[in-house]
Ligand binder design. Structure first.
Ligand code: ADP
Length: 284
């Protein structure tokens, strides 16, 4: 499903003394199947933006199109949209409540009106996709580790087979290993399916590693919307708004300044390692 926002504005508490213009004239397109990263400091409008994507909140003005259909037109099937756009909130494990993992993951498909057999099939498929070991399927969600709980919560959304998966800081509060596992799993899911993935993160490292494109939010507006390398080339401007390029980008700039002929538009550790090795070989 392709997504297009046109001149979208959102104002909290409109018409009161507490008005807050949280999204300002947002226009952007997310083609079907893309992996997009959304980044920005706290309060820049990321959560407000993603809540529009499955119709949780309605724009004050402007339009939001899915496959060229304006979801704000009368008669648009919002229920169907919510089935197709899966939103994983921050700390989704707070919403785990069923007696065991299987039952919990079945909750979404059951709500979609599917019968018990199909729900179970969906749940099994989703749990496999998130890489949770079978021995946990009958456990209470509350007995699991933080990373495992997160997987169960993501499986609960995947079991509804969304076409668009939106994740709000899916690694918040996890240790580095748990973080990498979850993100690798999401990247794998994206590769294996034709799902559009929208990942909100405050980690430049994570976004640089996984996203095809980055949307940088600043004070309710889109500051950059481009490929990671192009966005991080603006690292000085990013710093001015309290953001930064991945640390490795700075290291490459330092190495170049100290005479090692490396490319500076490197954004991941793996890429940096290759580039440094090649530069050293060139120097010899
Ligand atoms: P982010 O997700 O980037 O931290 P948010 O979308 O949560 O940003 O917030 C954008 C702006 O809207 C902030 O200034 C925030 O204080 C304000 N805001 C968020 N939620 C509400 C709300 N329910 N009522 C009023 N203002 C809000």
């Amino acid at each position: 499903m392709s997504i297009r926002l046109e001149h979208l504005n959102y104002v909290y508490s409109l018409g009161t003394a507490y008005e807050k213009h949280a999204l300002k004239d947002i226009s952007l397109t997310i083609p079907h199947g893309e992996f997009v990263g959304i980044i920005g400091h706290t309060g820049s409008g990321k959560s407000t933006l993603i809540q529009h994507l499955n119709g949780l909140i309605k724009a004050t003005s402007g339009a939001l199109y899915y496959n060229d259909e304006n979801i704000y037109e009368e008669g648009y099937n919002m229920r169907e949209l919510r089935n197709q756009v899966g939103l994983v909130f921050q700390y989704p494990e707070h919403q785990l409540f069923e007696i065991d993992v299987m039952t919990d993951v079945c909750f979404g498909p059951k709500n979609q009106g599917l019968g018990p057999k199909e729900c179970k099939e969906r749940a099994l498929e989703a749990l496999k996709l998130v890489g949770l070991k079978e021995k946990y399927y009958k456990s209470s969600p509350f007995e699991l580790s933080g990373g495992q709980k997160r997987r169960v919560a993501i499986a609960g959304v995947l079991a509804m087979r969304p076409k668009v998966l939106v994740l709000d800081e899916p690694t918040a509060g996890l240790d580095p290993k748990g973080r990498d596992d979850i993100l690798d799993q999401i990247a794998y899911l994206h590769k294996e399916s034709d799902m559009t993935v929208i990942l909100v993160s405050h980690s430049m490292e994570d976004i640089a590693r996984y996203a095809d494109r980055i949307i940088v939010m600043n004070k309710g507006s889109v500051m950059y919307n481009d490929k990671p390398k192009k966005v991080f080339a603006h690292y000085q401007e990013l710093e001015k708004v309290g953001l930064a390029a991945p640390q490795v980008t700075y290291i490459m700039h330092d190495l170049k300044e100290h005479g090692l002929p490396v490319k500076v538009d490197v954004t991941t550790v793996e890429e940096a390692a290759r580039e440094i090795m090649q530069a050293l070989e060139r120097k010899e």
